[in-house]
Design a protein around this ligand. Structure first.
Ligand code: HAM
Length: 417
């Protein structure tokens, strides 16, 4: 026998039992985001590698070790998208969306690819629902974006959520702060974890992420970026906080919040769920005012988020919405009329009923058992001459003309049989 093939490590099949829950995420996201003026966008599954190198940042884990990059055969390097913000900003610039009324609000639900160590809640192909609003730096847009994610997670039943919030300020403030932080890390370098010490020059902010106890002690006395914000950034952040208060969305200020992407300016936030294990991040985002420009477009403000579909479902527990019950099951008696059965099930579907017919050669007894298993309300039994319609709820049945089955079932579904 040939070796049985399996899905690649870190990937999974979405089986019918999970697809209803995933469809619910998509339809809730669509309802909520489109009602707030977001329109759907799809970008390609792969992009020029340079888009992510420039957009997400050379020093990030994503670009340094998690991208699926390949040569397209013509010497160009392409990469399976690891995230959606840089592609959306590329599309905004490429299609001249800055000429549209601003802000331009876009949402997506797509799969993304990161070569991470696979574990529960962390996959190499995963799905994100995301929302990006470009062309305005109004703090109300930051607050709106955060509130929409809070509403979505709530509507989908994600449990034990915490929202952490911070501000990274403008690039100039960050550069100054970065130098100050590097000086602090260098002064205490003996106490730091090796990998933190190795990254002092490249990415000193990541030191806040470390679990290493010596590093944590050093970080407890480290300068905080939120205390260094300039007046305009501090005011912007205060306004975001006050609007969240108005909307009664609770949050924790967390000046150690570090996001794994380099494009953020000002507001950053993350929802995590204590009911998830190590991979507790359900969704996160922030403002990225320089990103479109960094990708060759006009200077454009932007803010948005993405949430992992698998993480949302994990945080919501295993409540699968049931498949819709079958309203009419068309059974065929021993020497019954297959052609009429096919015509009947088609007519039922045309009329909007959920309908199935026998397709596996079961005995009549087996068919009735199967119809019961499907939760069928009515079963039409097509015999050699007669057609019997049975109400599975009341177990009453009557003989009806074959072409009246659908009308009779419809009447029964609407009112008393
Ligand atoms: P991110 O934090 O890298 O942000 O990813 C957002 C969410 O995607 C995470 O909170 C998590 O739920 C999910 N996620 C990430 N990696 C994996 C994985 N390997 N397996 C399963 N789920 C995963 C971004 O991607 C930014 N583009 C968000 C953003 C949008 N910022 C501004 N606009």
């Amino acid at each position: 026998m040939s070796r049985r093939l399996q899905a690649p490590r870190g990937t999974f099949d979405v089986l019918p039992a999970q697809s209803a829950a995933r469809a619910a995420v998509e339809s809730r996201a669509r309802e909520l985001l489109e009602a707030a003026g977001y329109e759907r966008i799809e970008t390609p599954a792969f992009e020029a590698t340079e888009l992510f190198a420039r957009g997400v940042g050379e020093s990030t884990d994503i670009v340094q070790k998690e991208m699926y990059s390949f040569d397209d055969g013509g010497g160009r390097s392409l990469t399976l998208r690891p995230e959606g913000t840089a592609p959306v900003c590329r599309a905004y610039a490429e299609h001249g969306m800055h000429k549209l009324p601003q802000p331009v609000k876009l949402w997506y639900l797509s799969s993304f690819f990161r070569h991470e160590r696979a574990q529960a809640g962390r996959y190499r192909q995963f799905w994100q629902v995301g929302a990006e609003a470009l062309g305005s730096d109004d703090p109300a847009l930051d607050a709106e974006s955060i509130v929409l994610l809070a509403l979505l997670l709530d509507a989908l039943g994600a449990r034990d959520l915490r929202l952490r919030l911070s501000s990274l300020g403008a690039a100039a403030t960050r550069n100054q702060y970065r130098a100050e932080l590097q000086a602090h890390l260098r002064a205490h370098s003996d106490a730091l974890a090796d990998e933190v010490r190795a990254r002092i020059e490249l990415n000193p902010l990541r030191a806040f992420d470390s679990d290493h106890s010596g590093t944590r002690q050093v970080m407890a006395t480290a300068p905080r970026l939120v205390d260094r914000l300039d007046a305009a950034d501090a005011e912007h952040f205060a306004e975001v906080c006050s609007l969240l208060d108005e909307a009664a969305v609770s949050y924790e200020l967390d000046s150690t919040l570090v996001r794994g992407l380099d494009y953020y300016t000002r507001t950053v936030f993350e929802f995590s769920s204590d009911s998830l294990g190590a991979q507790s991040g359900v969704g996160g985002g922030g403002r990225y005012d320089g990103l479109v420009e960094r990708l060759g477009g006009p200077a454009t403000a932007g803010v948005g988020w993405a949430a992992g579909v698998e993480r949302i479902l994990l945080a919501a527990g295993e409540e699968h919405p049931a498949a819709p019950p079958v309203e009419l099951y068309v059974a065929i008696d021993e020497d019954g009329r297959r052609g009429d059965a096919f015509a009947t099930v088609t007519a039922a579907r045309r009329a909007g009923l959920t309908a199935q017919m026998e397709l596996a050669g079961r005995s009549l007894k087996g068919q009735l058992k199967h119809a019961d298993r499907l939760g069928a309300r009515f079963v039409a039994i097509l015999g050699a001459r007669d057609t019997v319609l049975r109400d599975m709820q009341s177990t009453e049945q009557e003989t009806v003309p074959a072409d009246a089955v659908v009308a009779r079932a419809l009447r029964g579904l609407r009112g008393p049989w």
